[in-house]
Structures are given as C-alpha cells and as structure tokens.
Design a protein around this ligand. Structure first.
Ligand code: ZN
Ligand code: ZN
Length: 134
C-alpha cells in the first residue's frame, strides 16, 4: 500500500500518510498498489494495471447528477432516480410506499432531490461520484 499523493509506502493500518498528510486512498498521482508515479487523470497504473481512480476501481461510468436530479423531481415517487443510481432496493421501497400511502415515496424522493442539490447525496450505489454539470 502506497500513498496515492506522494508515493510514500504506507503501513496497512495507517489511516493517513505520515509524509504528506493525505488520507489513505486519497490523491491520484501515485499507484496505491506499486507506488509508481502515474499520469494525472489516468484510470489505471501503466506499471501494474491496478485501478487508480475511484471510477475505474468501481468499474462504473460516472452517472449524471443532472439526470438524477431531474428523475428525482419528475419520477421520484416511483424511485426512478434510485434505479438510475443503482439503489434498486430504495426504488422498490418507494414504489411500495407510493402504492400503499399515495405520498410516501414522493416525500422521500423530495428529500433525495434536496440531498442531490445540496451535494449530500453525491455517489451512486457503487460509490462512484456523480458527474457534476452544475
Ligand atoms: Zn503521502
Ligand atoms: Zn501500479
């Protein structure tokens, strides 16, 4: 395990790099697997093939925050934004709530809508950060 910001070798139990202060797993300049410098913005390490970015590590495309916000606003009561972001379970619960109570799913969707706008909900179910268009 190496610091992704400065390439310093890290103890397995360390939570942050003692040399630069970055949290373990933060940064994108060095490979966490082999400690070799990687090209800025590279998805994988050209030396060992390990994933460098969260996007590559999760193996997923970044979902659009704008699409998620619009889906939450217009179709949120039946959880379409949850299905879009991969939170299938929450989507199904919203459908059940909406069918059973009429409004339950809609209130929850409104909360999701606000959380998306304020940035407190900024990852999909795979932990991949949402693309910010606004
Ligand atoms: Zn460091
Ligand atoms: Zn590597």
């Amino acid at each position: 395990m190496y610091c992704k910001n400065c390439g310093n070798e890290l103890n397995e139990n360390a939570v942050a790099c003692m040399s630069c202060g970055f949290a373990k797993g933060d940064g994108s300049k060095f490979c966490a697997n082999c400690g070799k410098e990687v090209n800025p913005g590279a998805a994988i390490c050209t030396n060992c093939g390990a994933a460098v970015t969260a996007k590559a590590a999760a193996g997923g495309e970044q979902k659009s925050k704008l699409v998620a916000v619009l889906l939450a606003f217009f179709l949120g009561s039946i959880g379409i934004h949850d299905f879009y972001l991969g939170y299938t379970k929450y989507g199904i619960i919203k459908i059940v709530l909406t069918v059973c109570t009429g409004v339950g799913g809609g209130i929850w969707a409104l909360i999701d809508f606000i959380r998306l706008l304020t940035g407190s909900l900024d990852k999909d179910a795979n932990g991949v950060e949402l693309k910010k268009e606004f």
